[in-house]
Write a protein that binds this ligand. Structure first.
Ligand SMILES: *Cc1c(COP(=O)(O)O)cnc(C)c1O
Length: 355
C-alpha cells in the first residue's frame, strides 16, 4: 500500500478550458504552454486533452523531446530558444521552433549551417525587460534573418508584464504595434490574462498557460468567474487522529495550541509533496467534502487539520488539498503565493491519476 496522496488530472476539464479559450480568441491559433511539466500536471497526463491545440510551448529541449517521444507531431516552440549551437541540429531533426531573444543567440543562428528550414520566433523586449531584442535592434535583426532562406519563416513575439493588472498592456502595445506592423509576419502576444482581458492582443497566435489548467490569472477573479474548471485536484487521507486537551500543541514549534478539547486530523501531505510550508493555521482544506482549516506548521510529509464540526471524520477519510471544491487560489492566498507556484510545485513523488 502506498501513501494515500495523489493528483487527479481531469482531462475533461482541460478540454473544457481549451474550448473556453477558443471562444475567447476565436480567430487565433492556440499554442498551449506546457513548460514546467505542464505546470506540474505532467506532460503525459495532459497531452491527450491538448490534441486540438495547434502548437505547444516548452522551456527546454528535454521537454520538447519528451513531447515528441509521447507522439506529439505538431509544432513545438522553445520559449527561451537554444542555449548552445549544438542544439540547433536537434531542432532541425525534431522540427522544433525557436525563440531568438538576444544578440548572441541571433549570431549563433546566423552562423549555423542549416540542412533544413528552422522556424524562428523573433522576440521583442517591449517593457518586460526579461527576454527580447532591444527595440533599436529589432528591424535589423528581422532583416538579417529574412536574408537567410533557411531562417526566413518568421513569427513576431513579445510578452506582457502586467496583462493581469490594472496597469494593463497599453504601454507595451505602444512599443509593439509600430515595430510589428513594419513586417508581414504573424504575431504572438497574449498569455492567459491577455486572452481574457485584452482582445486587441490576440492576433495570429495566443499562448495560454494557467487558464488551460483551470486556474485564474487574475488576483480577485476566480477561475469559476472565467468559466474555467480545475484540472488538478490534490487528494490525500487522514492517517491519524489526535484528541488534544486545552493547552496542548500540535506539530513542530508547538505554534498552535488548543484552547479547548479539539480533534485533530493528521493528513498525509507535506511540503515534500509540494504543499506550501508557508500556509499557516487557517488555510482552507476539505475533509469528507466539508470545509475546515489547517492547524500549526506544515511538515515534510504531514499537516494537521481541525476536525471540529466533522464528527464523521475517521482514519482513511478523504482530504482535498486543492482543486475540485477548493480553488487553488484560496490555498495560494493563505500561503502568500500564487496558484502558478502551487501547481508547478507538485512533487515527483505524488503520482498522477488520470481520467
Ligand atoms: C509561461 C508563458 C506563457 C503563459 O503564461 P500564463 O500566464 O500561464 O498564461 C505565455 N508566454 C510566455 C512567453 C511564457 O513564458
Amino acid at each position: 500500500m502506498s501513501r494515500p496522496i495523489f493528483a487527479h488530472i481531469d482531462r475533461q476539464a482541460l478540454r473544457h478550458n481549451l474550448d473556453i479559450i477558443r471562444q475567447r480568441a476565436p480567430n487565433s491559433r492556440i499554442m498551449g504552454v506546457v513548460k514546467a511539466n505542464a505546470y506540474g500536471h505532467g506532460l503525459q497526463a495532459v497531452l491527450p486533452a491538448l490534441e486540438t491545440a495547434d502548437s505547444l510551448a516548452v522551456a527546454s529541449m528535454e521537454e520538447a523531446l519528451q513531447l515528441r517521444h509521447l507522439g506529439w507531431n505538431k509544432a513545438i516552440l522553445l520559449l527561451e530558444g537554444v542555449f548552445e549551437a549544438s542544439e540547433l541540429n536537434e531542432c532541425i531533426a525534431q522540427q522544433l521552433s525557436v525563440v531568438v531573444h538576444q544578440r548572441e543567440q541571433l549570431q549563433m543562428l546566423l552562423a549555423h549551417q542549416f540542412s533544413a528550414p528552422l522556424q524562428v520566433f523573433v522576440k521583442l523586449n517591449s517593457g518586460m525587460n526579461r527576454l527580447g531584442l532591444n527595440p533599436a535592434d529589432y528591424h535589423a535583426s528581422i532583416q538579417a534573418l529574412r536574408q537567410v532562406p533557411m531562417l526566413s519563416h518568421l513569427t513576431q513575439i513579445s510578452h506582457f508584464a502586467t496583462a493581469d493588472e490594472i496597469h494593463g498592456v497599453a504601454e507595451q502595445m505602444q512599443v509593439i504595434t509600430p515595430h510589428f506592423a513594419a513586417h508581414p509576419y504573424p504575431i504572438s502576444l497574449a498569455n492567459s490574462a491577455a486572452i481574457f482581458r485584452h482582445p486587441d492582443t490576440h492576433r495570429q497566435w495566443v499562448r495560454p498557460g494557467i487558464a488551460l489548467y483551470g486556474a485564474s490569472p487574475f488576483q480577485g477573479i476566480s477561475a469559476e468567474d472565467l468559466q474555467l474548471k480545475p484540472v488538478m485536484t490534490l487528494h490525500s487521507r487522514i492517517i491519524a487522529i489526535q484528541t488534544l486537551q486545552a493547552n496542548q500543541a500540535v506539530g513542530y514549534g508547538q505554534n498552535w495550541i488548543a484552547n479547548c478539547t479539539t480533534r485533530v486530523g493528521i493528513v498525509a501531505c507535506g511540503y515534500a509533496d509540494g504543499y506550501p510550508r508557508h500556509a499557516g493555521t487557517g488555510t482552507p482544506i476539505l475533509v469528507e467534502n466539508q470545509r475546515t482549516h489547517t492547524l500549526g506548521r506544515v511538515s515534510m510529509d504531514m499537516l494537521c487539520v481541525d476536525l471540529t464540526g466533522i464528527p464523521n471524520a475517521q482514519i482513511g477519510s478523504p482530504v482535498v488539498l486543492w482543486g475540485e471544491g477548493l480553488p487553488v487560489e484560496q490555498v495560494a492566498q493563505a500561503a502568500g503565493t500564487l496558484n502558478y507556484e502551487l501547481l508547478c510545485a507538485r512533487a515527483q513523488r505524488v503520482p498522477e491519476q488520470n481520467t
